[in-house]
Design a protein. Structure first.
Length: 692
């Protein structure tokens, strides 16, 4: 049998699992103020259980409403009134063939001050739609400003320390009495879970949250029995474990444990704790009766070393899990940036770990396990690590909505799958122009709905802009998006005409029921820049595609968006000396901070120069002229070549020419409005559902 170990049973304590695949806990934002599981949230998790996953571990679940709420829409087990709703949730997971564990959590210093004391005030209004709507109309406008100005309550932590990255909140230290009460909150919550029929509890001692803050000498500077030595720093966690074991005999307890805070990776060796001490923690947890160690790493300060951007190699941190497994006898589960069943099986056979924890891959494809078990792993839509799930979670939280996925627009619609995939097409023809990610996604949804789909693509291959996005250093995973969509639409029976330029006349001859224009975008080369057409000027498209090759040159890159930074790294690797010119006052304005951190860390290895607040106005043979956006003063930068990376503009001429020729015609993706993969697939999905 293929994937023999992956699909083999295993036990955690007295909990029997049918295979070794675990859904890792991830905040999804489908809850309500009170923390009871909503229908949408249950549908989301149940779909993953139906997809064959043995153990579902929920998102962060608070144990204290006042200072322990990390989001407006998360689960809670802070009150006895949560038991029956949680029982319904557990029953549904069991009916779908899975087991359920709930992860108990407190954010500590990594919380947002906006959440302190807010949840108890909001709970009475959660079922009053007009009030709830008003709340989420006000919060996006007021919330960010309050956080920026630090006009929010202080968050609670073991000690007052430097502010955590991303959260950036002022803090206050827990009193001894508050710590003892919080230990009881965790133990009480675990007992409620057992009463609700939940199969296991996981304690979140990772990613920089409260329990890890107690474990780390960097964030725990207490002088009482909760600080100082490792024994003291582990006291909070071990007291909770002991309390659960005494109150809930035989109940499986997992601990998600950061075994290395990874400060050495950001140039801060000696800060926090390293793998050696992390392994010792795992050994002491085993001795305390913990039933499994869920190995992870890092914190908000070292964000990219537990929630990796695209450029990180798969399996890069498996050495951490392997070291823990060498030192404990209880089961070890770990995520380890696993993206394929082949990789999962290999790591099990190597003895790296006992169970495979998949987080983002479960967002991208709920049916990962079933596709393996049925002998069709090629049907898996692989996560490309684009981080849009975490970015959208943070953005949507202020709007009362949930996480989104670049590759899975069905996310959040799990309860509507029968309606979405209803065969309403009756074989009617829909012609899609363009085989980029928007065109392919639209085709997939339409094919599932029973339409006959033909894609007309002017190039020899599918992919569109992604054929450039995957050319940057370490960006090969981006190609998976095209590969997996092509596999899907091919199996569903799409007809693709490659090397074919669509015209209005051609479309009319095909006599389609509907037309979808997904012709993408083209690189911007502003004519306002003097010398833009000089021989020493090209676009990032030409660099990444290999059409232009530059080596050992002085190069100015105009634009510091992600494409500009990736192009800069690409150029640096070829021995070029790069100066990045950006009109805004910061590098990569508007880009998600993890991508920026990743790119800047890589570029720091080279002598890359950054010039911000200046616009490129003139290109000469051996220099460029830039203008300060405030003072309008001009200066010159010597260079041999200039690479323009100022984004793309919509290529929508065909749509403009054809829009009055067809009753049903739509434009999607970059052809409509330039943006990210997620915006293209979302629009493609919504457009496909409009065609009936």
């Amino acid at each position: 049998m293929a994937y023999e170990m992956l699909l083999s049973p295993i036990k955690i304590g007295n909990m029997q699992l049918k295979n070794r695949v675990v859904m890792a806990p991830m905040l999804i934002g489908m809850g309500d103020f009170d923390g009871k599981p909503t229908e949408q949230l249950m549908n989301y998790y149940v779909e993953r259980a139906k997809g064959g996953t043995a153990l579902i571990i929920t998102e962060i679940t608070r144990v204290n409403d006042f200072h322990g709420a990390a989001a407006f829409a998360q689960l809670s087990m802070s009150k006895d009134s949560h038991i029956e709703p949680m029982r319904k949730f557990a029953d549904r997971i069991h009916e779908a063939g899975g087991k359920l564990a709930v992860q108990l959590h407190h954010p500590g210093r990594q919380n947002l001050g906006l959440c302190i004391g807010t949840i108890p005030l909001l709970i009475p209004f959660q079922n009053i739609k007009c009030v709830k709507k008003l709340i989420f109309k006000v919060v996006p406008k007021v919330g960010p400003k309050l956080l920026e100005k630090h006009w929010c309550p202080k968050v609670y932590a073991p000690s007052v320390t430097e502010r955590a990255k991303f959260a950036d909140s002022k803090m206050r230290a827990f009193s001894h009495k508050q710590i003892v009460n919080l230990e009881k909150d965790f133990i009480d919550a675990a007992e409620r879970l057992q009463k609700a029929g939940v199969d296991a509890v996981e304690l979140h001692a990772s990613h920089g949250y409260l329990i890890q803050q107690f474990l780390s000498p960097y964030t725990n500077r207490r002088t009482d029995e909760y600080g100082g030595s490792l024994e003291n720093r582990m006291r909070f966690l071990l007291n909770i474990v002991k309390g659960i074991k005494e109150r809930c005999p035989g109940y499986p307890v997992l601990v998600r444990l950061t075994v290395d805070e990874c400060y050495s990776y950001i140039g801060k060796p000696g800060v926090g704790y390293d793998l050696k001490e992390g392994v010792e923690m795992a050994k002491r947890l085993e001795a305390a009766g913990v039933d499994a160690i869920d190995v992870s790493s890092a914190s908000y300060d070292t964000f990219n070393y537990w929630l990796e951007p695209t450029s990180f190699p798969v399996g890069w941190r498996k050495y951490m899990a392997a070291e823990v497994k060498k030192n404990v006898k209880i089961p070890v589960l770990a995520a380890n940036l696993i993206r394929t069943p082949e990789q999962a099986e290999q790591q099990l056979k190597e003895g790296t770990q006992d169970l495979i924890s998949l987080g983002r891959p479960h967002i991208a494809d709920p049916y990962f396990v079933n596709k393996c078990a049925s002998g069709h792993p090629e049907d898996i839509h692989r996560c490309i690590c684009c981080l849009y799930c975490i970015q959208s979670m943070e953005e949507q939280a202020f709007h009362g909505s949930h996480t989104l996925c670049s590759l899975n627009p069905y996310l959040g619609h799990e309860g509507e799958m029968d309606k979405i995939t209803e065969k309403v097409g009756n074989g009617r023809l829909v012609v899609i122009v363009g085989a980029g990610v928007a065109g392919l996604m639209c085709a997939e949804v339409l094919l599932r709905r029973g339409f006959n789909v033909t894609i007309v693509e002017k190039e020899a291959v599918a992919g569109g802009q992604l054929n450039l996005a995957d050319k940057g250093p370490g960006k090969d995973k981006i190609a998976w998006a095209t590969e997996d969509l092509m596999t899907s639409v091919t199996k569903l029976g799409v007809n693709i005409k490659f090397n074919t330029e669509a015209t209005v006349e051609m479309l009319k001859e095909m006599n389609p029921y509907a037309v979808v224009i997904a012709t993408g975008g083209v690189a911007i080369k502003p004519k306002s820049i003097k010398g833009i057409d000089n021989n020493n000027v090209c676009t990032s498209t030409e660099i990444l595609s290999g059409a232009v090759k530059l080596e050992n040159k002085q190069v100015v890159v105009a634009g510091s968006g992600m494409t500009g930074l990736e192009t800069s790294e690409y150029l640096c690797k070829d021995g070029n000396h790069v100066t990045v010119v950006e009109g805004k006052n910061q590098i990569a304005p508007g880009m998600w901070f993890q991508h920026v951190d990743d790119a800047m860390q890589k570029l720091s290895k080279y002598d890359t120069r950054f010039v911000t607040g200046k616009m490129l106005v003139e290109i000469n043979e051996k220099s460029v002229v830039v203008e300060d956006t405030k003072t309008k003063n001009r200066s010159e930068i010597p260079c041999d070549n200039v690479v323009i990376s100022l984004g793309v503009r919509s290529d929508n001429k065909l749509y403009k020419d054809a829009k009055d020729m067809f009753e049903r015609i739509y434009v999607i993706g970059d052809a409509d409005k330039t943006g990210r993969i997620a915006s293209a697939t979302k629009e493609a999905f919504e457009t496909a559902l409009k065609i009936k």
